[in-house]
Design a protein around this ligand. Structure first.
Ligand code: UT7
Length: 366
């Protein structure tokens, strides 16, 4: 049998503080009904800690599920579009925290598609003989670049982390098909202008620039079409048909996007994982958190054909098709929790509201 990379552990980390639709009604001119009907979101996590704190909890849970020590890992890939620091990489910060001294470590940015690009990278590293046990993490603190006066963007995104361990398999399980793609021309539909060196130093703290610039409707169309085509290509490359698919774990960007793409693919909605109601869109953390929830919900069984698919900033997209291995129950559990938070969600967002206030001349933005 061909050498493949198979998922042997998984875990997630959800911040304890939630931003509900009722909370948002107090911040911007919106209402619960609009948000639920247009997006499917009821609440989203707001992190009181840093990106790598979220990553560490998810990573330790994934390692425990795989029955591995941190020193067993020889590669650590951290997908994020909200790094807390650019050098050292977040992956290196996490490597130190874990004491994963045998692991090469690097960050990967493909925005919301980061998990799929990361899976493709981990799989290639394993089948290419470069690594044996890869820890893949998707972690985001997106609220740091959201303007909580802007109802068009702030209702969508949440913080969190998800992780998995991939190991070699020669019994037919593992990643069978991959599709990756990008369209830089469409990239201007979703931009964080200040998380790099572009422009003047003062831009870094300019509230107009330091926020998500976003054309929601354009992204919506790109997403529905992109997911459909990408899933078809990945399933085809796996030598399977859509009828063989047992579970689909899509990027949780908008329930309507997931439903529309699923309909185009002719997928049974019961096989499509949805957890956007409680997490919102958490970019690179979204698919691994949904994967963890799908395993907890027993949507995935030994031998299941699992499609993971995402699209996001760049514009990027990607899908993987995996024949799941025997492990659908964690081998072990990790008790690590985030430190408790004694602040309210409004406390956590207060500095954000102050920062963006100059852009909004009235008290409730629309
Ligand atoms: O991970 C990838 C990143 N992002 C995405 O995937 C998001 C993709 N896009 C979307 O999910 C949707 O386009 C949105 C949820 C962002 C917006 O939904 P929509 O159905 O495309 O709404 P719209 O932008 O066409 O706005 C419809 C109306 C507008 O009012 P008018 O012009 O019709 O009077 C908006 O001003 O809804 C208004 N609106 C709101 N109303 C209440 C926009 N945001 C809100 C809001 N609450 N939060």
């Amino acid at each position: 049998m061909a050498l493949r990379a198979t998922f042997t552990g998984w875990g997630k980390c959800v911040p304890p503080v939630k931003l509900t639709n009722a909370d948002l009604e107090q911040l911007v001119n919106t209402d619960n009904e609009w948000i639920v009907e247009r997006t499917g979101i009821h609440e989203r996590g707001i992190s009181h800690v840093e990106t790598t704190d979220l990553a560490e909890v998810a990573a330790r849970r994934a390692l425990a599920a795989a029955g591995l020590e941190t020193t067993d890992i020889d590669m650590l890939i951290l997908a994020t579009v909200t790094p807390e620091i650019t050098c050292p990489s977040n992956a290196c910060v996490l490597q130190e925290r874990l004491g994963a001294v045998n692991a090469a470590a690097f960050d990967l940015n493909a925005a919301c598609s980061g998990w799929i690009y990361g899976t493709a990278t981990a799989s290639s590293m394993i089948t290419g003989g470069v690594a044996e046990r890869v820890l893949l993490v998707g972690a985001e603190k997106l609220h740091w670049v959201m303007d909580y006066w802007d109802r068009a963007t702030c209702i969508l995104f949440g913080d969190g982390a998800g992780a998995a361990v991939l190991e070699p398999s020669e019994n037919g399980d593992g990643v069978l098909g991959i599709d990756l793609g990008a369209d830089g021309v469409a990239g201007r539909t979703m931009v964080f202008p200040t998380l790099g060196t572009r422009g003047r130093l003062s831009n870094v703290r300019d509230p107009f620039l330091h926020r998500l610039h976003f054309d929601g409707q354009a992204v919506f169309k790109i997403a529905v079409q992109g997911i459909e085509k990408s899933v078809r290509r990945a399933v085809d490359r796996a030598g399977l048909s859509l009828a063989d698919v047992d579970a689909v774990i899509p990027h949780q960007a908008n329930e309507r996007i997931i439903t529309a793409a699923g309909r185009r693919l002719g997928l049974d909605p019961d096989r499509v994982m949805l957890n956007i109601a409680t997490h919102g869109n958490s970019a690179a953390a979204s698919v691994p958190m949904a994967l963890s929830d799908a395993l907890d919900a027993r949507m995935i069984q030994p031998g299941s054909i699992v499609v993971q698919t995402a699209f996001g900033g760049g514009v990027t997209w990607g899908s993987t098709v995996t024949r799941w291995g025997e492990r659908v129950e964690p081998l072990g559990h990790c008790d690590l929790e985030l430190p408790p938070c004694d602040e309210t969600v409004f406390d956590l967002l207060a500095s954000n509201r102050d920062f963006y206030a100059p852009l909004h001349t009235h008290s409730r933005a629309d």
